[in-house]
Design a protein around this ligand. Structure first.
Ligand SMILES: [Zn+2]
Length: 332
C-alpha cells in the first residue's frame, strides 16, 4: 500500500468538495475520509500534467479527485507504475499514435513558454516507436540522397565490425536496440545515431581509426546518445510547428521536412556529450578496453578535421573535444 496523499473529492453532481486521502493498494485506488470509495486504477483517467495546476483523476461515473500536491502524486504514480489507460490504448494503433502525437504537439506548444527541454525529454520518452521509425526513415533517405552513398567496405569487414561491437554491448544491461548502417560519405569521417536505433558509420571514419577498439569507442558514444534519446529530444524540441502540422495532415512528412535543417545544424549540448561519453567509458571499462582507445579515436577525428579547410561535421555535432578528452582521461 502506498502512502496516502491528500485530495479533494467531487461526486460529479454537486460542487461540494470532500476532503479525502488517496492511496493505492494492489492496483486499486482507495479513497478515504469525508467520502469513501475504491476503483481499479485501470478505470481511472489521469489528466495531463499542467504547469502549476492541480492534477485531476476522473472516475468512470464522472466523479473526480483534485490533487494539489502534484509532487506526491507523481511519486504515487511512479510507485504504482500506473499509465493512463487511454494513452496505453491509443499507442496500440498507428492512427492512435498520430493522435497521441497531436496531443503531444499541443502540450509542446504550451510547454514552449514554460520549459521546452524538460517537456522534450518527457515527450521523447513517450513517443510511440512508429513515430521514431517514420522520422528516422525520413532522415536516412534525405541523407542517402544528399550526403551518403552505398558503402564500399567489403561485407566481411562490415560483419567483423558488427560482431566485435555486439560482443562489447552484450554485457551492458538495458542497452538500447541498434543497427549499424554502413555508408560512404561525402562529408568525411562521421558516425551518428538516428532515433530508431540506426547508427550510421562512414567508410571514411573506419579508415581513419587505428583499430576496431577505436571504432567501437565511437559506436559506444553513439549508443550512449541513443540510450539517453538525445536526438529525439532535439527533434521534438525543434519540431513544435512540424508536430502541429503532423496533427493536421496526419503523417510525419512535416517533421521530416524539418530534418535537413536540424541535421545540418545538429549540435549536442555539453551535457549530452558528457552523458554519451560516460556511457562509452562504462562500456569500455566493462570490457577491459583501455580508455586510451576511446581518447585515441576522438583525437584522430580532431586531427583529421585540422587538416581540412572545412569544419568537420562530426566535431561540429559532438563538441567540444578538448574538454571531453580531459573528462575521459580523468575517468581512468
Ligand atoms: Zn556525441
Amino acid at each position: 500500500m502506498t502512502t496516502a496523499i491528500p485530495a479533494l473529492y467531487f461526486d460529479g453532481r454537486t460542487s461540494r468538495a470532500h476532503h479525502v486521502t488517496l492511496s493505492v493498494e494492489s492496483g486499486i485506488a482507495v479513497i478515504d475520509g469525508d467520502a469513501q470509495r475504491s476503483c481499479p486504477l485501470a478505470e481511472l483517467h489521469v489528466s495531463e500534467r499542467v504547469h502549476h495546476g492541480p492534477r485531476k483523476v476522473t472516475f468512470p461515473d464522472d466523479a473526480y479527485l483534485e490533487i494539489r500536491d502534484t509532487q506526491a502524486f507523481d511519486a504515487l504514480l511512479a510507485a504504482t507504475g500506473h499509465r493512463d489507460s487511454a494513452v496505453v490504448r491509443m499507442q496500440q494503433s498507428w492512427r492512435g499514435a498520430l493522435a497521441a502525437f497531436a496531443a503531444t504537439a499541443i502540450v509542446l506548444v504550451l510547454a514552449y513558454l514554460y520549459g521546452l527541454p524538460l517537456a522534450a525529454e518527457a515527450i521523447a520518452k513517450v513517443l510511440p516507436a512508429s513515430t521514431e521509425q517514420a522520422i528516422s526513415r525520413g532522415m536516412l533517405s534525405f541523407l542517402d540522397r544528399r550526403l551518403l552513398a552505398p558503402s564500399k567496405l567489403p561485407p566481411a569487414r562490415q560483419a567483423a565490425i558488427v560482431a566485435h561491437f555486439k560482443s562489447l554491448v552484450a554485457p551492458q544491461a538495458g542497452a538500447p536496440d541498434y543497427t549499424i548502417v554502413f555508408r560512404k560519405s561525402r562529408i568525411g569521417p562521421n558516425a551518428f545515431a538516428l532515433p530508431s536505433g540506426e547508427i550510421v558509420l562512414t567508410d571514411e571514419l573506419i579508415a581513419l581509426m587505428d583499430n576496431d577498439e577505436q571504432i567501437a569507442g565511437i559506436l559506444a558514444h553513439e549508443l550512449g546518445h541513443l540510450h539517453e534519446r538525445h536526438l529525439m529530444r532535439r527533434v521534438v524540441q525543434s519540431s513544435a510547428i512540424g508536430a502541429a502540422a503532423t496533427a493536421i495532415f496526419g503523417d510525419a512528412s512535416a517533421i521530416v521536412a524539418n530534418i535537413p535543417t536540424l541535421l545540418l545544424d545538429m549540435k549536442y549540448s555539453r551535457d549530452a556529450e558528457r552523458e554519451a561519453d560516460d556511457y562509452a567509458i562504462a562500456m569500455m571499462k566493462k570490457n577491459g578496453i583501455p580508455l586510451t582507445q576511446l581518447v585515441g579515436g576522438f583525437e584522430k577525428l580532431q586531427k583529421a578535421a585540422g587538416n581540412g579547410d572545412e569544419i568537420s561535421p562530426y566535431l561540429s555535432s559532438h563538441p567540444p573535444t578538448d574538454e571531453r578528452i580531459a573528462h575521459i582521461e580523468n575517468a581512468r
